[in-house]
Design a binder for this molecule. Structure first.
Ligand code: G6P
Length: 617
């Protein structure tokens, strides 16, 4: 939520305006209510900001045009929390004398008290934001501390809550100070230029070398140096690890696709092939923890939660133990008083930063230190990884589209790899059986590739066909309920349609009352152990005039004969492939959501009111 980007340079030929504009554009998926940029030149701040999307503001204010001699800029794209998305509430926020500028991602919890205190000392506030207290606090401290770093440190020591902050002062045109607690912040190191950003793709075009800031760390950025300090102890941090990122910039560009969402759906085969290479040692360690645990929970938010539902289904097949899935925002409420010894929590998150997940994980560790946290995330060094005992990194590459697609399939695949590792370790299946499952799993990227090559026109036709139906159901049984729910979520997110994923068996206990002649129902129907019963459910809906659209495998006959339209997934009809249908069947629903968004003139990369990484409660 909210993106921050900063650059300080002494490179002669670098166009700082284009650079900061591109950087903040790459973070727009984090929030797009309003945006702002501040440059420093001649010991003055030059601020351009407004409400709206970045391109709209750019048309009016030419965000990339900078004052002569400027070598420093900070930028912000906002997802409003405190105060509506207006120009005045946009970041940067300044002090009384227009000397200090601050951009912020997070929420300051004690801002009311601090604001009152500052007002009583004569500070004048212009916005409704919590952020504005920071420049005023620093301004106040500078009266007593002369030194900018010390003024920042004492300001931060007063703040409670979550924040990633980038701060500059007009009198220090070669210095950015950044601070982090709970909200993500990374630094990029290039020749004569230092960057700060909410995430790596923002500066990936300029450098792959980066530092990841930890909680309660402060860094002083200059064109050729970075110094790190702990805010609480105020001690310098030596030997901070410089990392090299192996993503390439293409991964963060649209590369000819109209939208990131579409590009990322087409990247799924590649993401899966890479994720397939998770080191066996890590899988083994993860699997052994599950085998040895007495209680197992899996928790996540949004799409990652549905990936957890799909994945846990595959894992339990071989683990022989129940895994309780709980949405992370409910975890603490439900487990308070009963999180026992020998428990393992599997935490799944694309970003590794979702606060609704980080909070219960921290709580669980504190409540019962014997609890093990096993995480699955796409981001190396993310907050989640730092609270985990074991980590599996999905190799989906950067995902920019707000609606998660390639990370979803990578998460389910990772859990499927864990499942097969468990099958190996528990020796309940013959080697030959296990080998067949492995071969089926390895064929998943090809199946998806094949499907995406041939079915776009059919999906577009179905979208046109459904155009007038504002709501309908995705129905399924067993593991495919996760697919139905994730499909429904995608349509809600990007196409603003209330489409519900539901159990086909349970639909007769309520939802069936909506069915009239021509009412569409999409059945997810892989040939697994639930298939025969699903045939019965299809008939129930057909008997009431429902228009049946079904997702089936290529050789399917029974449900095909009952359907008005079928989407055929090119996968063999055997139990080995069927086990992984929650990976192979979802691209069809992702594409459906994508084209439905276009049909309704919506931008699938910027769904209303959503942000990709939610770092506020
Ligand atoms: C937000 C996003 C969703 C995402 C969820 C979990 O709600 O809009 O698309 O699935 O967060 O994010 P995570 O990074 O933890 O997977």
């Amino acid at each position: 939520m909210c993106g921050i980007f900063g650059i300080v340079t002494n490179e002669e030929n670098l166009n700082i305006g284009n650079n900061v504009f591109e950087g903040i554009k790459r973070l727009e998926y984090r929030g797009y209510d309003s945006c702002g940029i501040v440059y420093i030149a001649n010991k003055k701040l030059f601020v351009k900001k407004d409400s709206g999307k970045i391109d709209e503001i750019h048309k009016k204010l030419k965000l990339n045009e900078f004052p002569n001699g400027s070598k420093l800029a900070l930028a912000h794209t906002r997802w409003a929390t405190h105060g509506p998305p207006t120009k005045i509430n946009s970041h940067p926020q300044l002090d009384c004398n227009n000397k200090i500028a601050v951009v912020h991602n997070g929420i300051l919890e004690n801002f009311f008290e601090l604001k009152e205190e500052l007002i009583s000392k004569g500070h004048v506030f212009k916005s409704e934001t919590d952020t504005e207290i920071i420049p005023h606090l620093i301004e106040e401290n500078l009266n007593t501390h002369g030194n900018l770093k010390e003024a920042v440190v004492s300001a931060i020591k007063k703040c409670k809550g979550a924040f990633a902050l980038a701060i500059c002062h007009a009198d220090y045109p070669d210095t950015i100070i950044v601070v982090r607690r709970e909200s993500p912040l990374v630094l990029g190191i290039a020749k004569n230029t230092t960057y700060c950003a909410s995430d790596i793709p923002a500066f990936l075009k300029y450098t792959r070398k980066c530092y990841i800031l930890d909680d309660d760390e402060l860094a002083i950025l200059r064109p050729n140096s970075v110094e790190f300090f702990n805010i609480m102890s105020e001690k310098r941090i030596e030997n901070k690890k410089l990392m090299t990122i192996d993503w390439n910039i293409g991964a963060a560009e649209k590369e000819g696709y109209d939208h990131f969402m579409l590009k990322e759906i087409y990247e799924e085969p590649m993401a899966l092939r890479r994720t397939m290479k998770i080191p066996t040692e890590s899988l083994k360690e993860f699997s052994e923890s599950l085998i040895n645990a007495e209680h197992i929970y899996i928790t996540a938010a949004g799409t990652s939660f549905y990936a957890s539902l799909a994945g846990k289904f595959i894992v339990t097949k071989f683990l022989g133990k129940y895994i309780e899935a709980i949405e992370c925002s409910e975890f603490k409420t439900q487990l308070d008083n009963c999180l026992e010894d020998n428990s393992v929590i599997i935490a799944v998150s694309q970003s590794g930063e979702t606060i609704d997940l980080i909070e219960p994980i921290r709580w669980a560790k504190k409540y019962n230190p014997s609890v093990k946290i096993l995480s699955i995330t796409n981001i190396v060094g993310s907050t989640l990884t730092r609270h985990s005992d074991q980590v599996l990194i999905t190799q989906a590459g950067p995902e920019i589209g707000v609606a998660a697609t390639k990370t979803y399939v990578s998460q389910v695949l990772t859990l499927a790899l864990v499942a097969l590792e468990i099958a190996k370790l528990r020796k309940k299946l013959s080697n030959e059986e296990i080998q067949k499952y492995y071969e089926a799993l390895q064929s998943v990227p090809d199946i998806i590739e094949n499907f995406l090559e041939k079915n776009v026109d059919l999906i577009k036709y179905i979208v046109k066909n459904l155009e007038k139906n504002l709501n309908f159901f995705f129905l399924a049984r067993g593991a495919s309920i996760a697919t139905a729910k994730e499909g429904g979520l995608k349509l809600k997110e990007v196409a603003c349609r209330f489409i519900e994923g539901y159990s086909a068996a349970h639909a007769k206990h309520g939802p069936i009352s909506l069915v009239r002649e021509g009412y569409p129902i999409i059945f997810i129907a892989p040939p697994d152990e639930t298939y025969e019963r699903l045939v019965g459910n299809v008939m129930e809906f057909k008997a009431r005039g429902g228009k049946i659209i079904s997702l089936v495998v290529e050789s399917d006959v029974k449900i095909t004969n009952l359907s008005d339209i079928t989407i055929r997934i090119p996968q063999p009809e055997d139990k080995y492939h069927s086990l992984f249908s929650s990976i192979t069947f979802i691209p069809a629903l992702q594409l459906l959501a994508y084209y439905a968004a276009l049909e309704h003139n919506l931008d699938p990369d910027k769904p209303l009111n959503l942000a990709k990484t939610v770092t506020v409660h």
